[in-house]
Design a protein around this ligand. Sequence first.
Ligand code: NDP
Ligand code: PYR
Ligand code: MG
Length: 618
Amino acid sequence: MFGRETAMRKALGVLVSRRGERKLRVQMGSTLEQIGCDDPVLDIDDKAGVGGGVEDAYGEDRATEDQPFTPWTVSVASGYTLLRDPHHNKGLAFTEKERDAHYLRGLLPPICLSQEVQEKRMMHNLRQYKVPLQRYMAMMDLQERNERLFYKLLIDNVEELLPVVYTPTVGEACQKYGSIFRRPQGLYISLKEKGKILEVLKNWPEKSVQVIVVTDGERILGLGDLGCQGMGIPVGKLSLYTALGGVRPSLCLPITIDVGTNNEQLLKDEFYIGLRQRRARGQEYAELLDEFMSAVKQNYGEKILIQFEDFANHNAFELLERYRTTHLVFNDDIQGTASVVLAGLIAALKVVGGTLADHTFLFLGAGEAGTGIAELIALEISKKIKAPLEETRKKIWLVDSKGLIVNSRKESLQHFKKPWAHDHEPVKELAVAVKAIKPTVLIGTSGVGKTFTKDVVEAMASLNEKPLILALSNPTSQAECTAEEAYTWTKGRAIFASGSPFDPVEYNGNVFTPGQANNAYIFPGFGLGLIMSGTIRVHDDLLLAASEALAAQVTEENYAAGLIYPPFTNIRKISANIAANVASKAYELGLASHLPRPRDLVKYAESCMYTPIYRSYR
Ligand SMILES: NC(=O)C1=CN([C@@H]2O[C@H](COP(=O)(O)OP(=O)(O)OC[C@H]3O[C@@H](n4cnc5c(N)ncnc54)[C@H](OP(=O)(O)O)[C@@H]3O)[C@@H](O)[C@H]2O)C=CC1
Ligand SMILES: CC(=O)C(=O)O
Ligand SMILES: [Mg+2]
């Protein structure tokens, strides 16, 4: 067996000593220069392994604990290694020819299955699990075992599996991440790595990364501070980059920055996987983030897209402001959410009538999502009616945990709330605010469940023929109201969408299908658009372009079913259209660097997309 591997390595010209005394570190895909070797033919002790038998060729068994030996791997996976490599493993789908050529004989049972049968079997197995977290774990295991099959399942069964790998189940997975932890996914950068972040980035096996989703775990969905266990979010978001937006998995890097947690329960939890300390703040935090941002650019270049995800708002706005002129950064909670909600509102105009400028908006929640959406609506109206932003903001009202945001509170407000402080007497209760402001659109971004009470929803129904109600908070437990409540309390008149999915509701003999207003509609296509055009900075006009493209994908049939978002089943086509519109705007603004501009951007976007079909191995 060793003779065969040696021959193979010779044939490849990648020859590496197996001897423990040579301290070489060889990673998949490493070049000889990268492993510090300028001689293409290293000394190979052929005798060491020839014959196999019981010889301890690596010295692995003989070595005492304090005697180091070298873990090594070759650049081309075959045999057992191939089966353990999630990027190339096809499991029972390896053909007879491939089994011969890649030393797989005997390592697999004799049957060969197609990818379609594997998919069918896997879906059948997943459906046996009644507990969502078990489905999540089965999907994560599959991703770790057979990446292409994982993505085939996710793409072909997107409506069924989105709630498994994403909200709501990913929320529970993050809460229990320590207990269910099996193999690490993504990159962990903690305070311990301060001063060494560039080295840490170099430990990641893929060299050409194009998109990073990063969290510090402080505001995971509406579940609060989950510290290092927030890793489930970047992992989940990036799997959507691939499944929904077609960005190749090898180009995606999930990162969690661990600066501690203030979650007392986690600090006491013996299975917690993060630093057991309270959160670093101020200069210590800023310095770590600054080192991270510089290291990322140094390692991956100017055009690496960094998506901030689920940071608490006291850091999120500041990070976006600090890096938006120096890096290609995008905050999904502020900007992606804004773009998806604006798309829903543009689409809804066909049902409720009027223009955006004719409507009045009331938000419960004035944080990242709330003020981000509000600002994009105001910008869109300002562009459409050519009025200053200060004017168009006046039709938008926000309520935070202290009540309606009004001028008398201005001094004490966080900076991102100040533009929304309008002239009005103080109001504490949402139901009272609804009656006073008379909104046509009610948007929940509070992270607190059950806050759209019967009173609130009935007040919306009494004011509007077709009240538009968006309960955006995630996961399902934090939704401001359920789909059933929205339809029942408005007697079937609401146009309703929520951040996490709800099943169709039957009311008075009619079936109502709620939409899902989630930034997952936007960020995969948006990111693809940036990447394929080589865009160097995010501009608000790109977010507007993404909204327009998404709204344009809602069909008459969708409207007839009461939907203001197209179903996720067509998401790849939707993402290609979003990507094309975003790229087109980037070219128009001179922000795109991939030249010449492809003539048909939709076709180009589609041609860039990763497909999970197995490849044939020579
Ligand atoms: N559907 C989607 O695509 C998205 C959904 N979200 C969801 O939105 C929620 C909020 O996220 P984000 O904006 O980032 O969070 P933030 O923490 O930035 O903002 C939360 C806001 O809600 C307010 N709030 C909290 N409790 C109440 C209450 N009882 N009554 C009224 N207001 C309250 C807070 O008030 P105060 O400022 O006074 O503390 C704050 O203004 C989360 O559940 C998240 O999952 C987020 C992004 C995308
Ligand atoms: C969807 C999302 O990004 C959030 O709830 O934070
Ligand atoms: Mg988020």
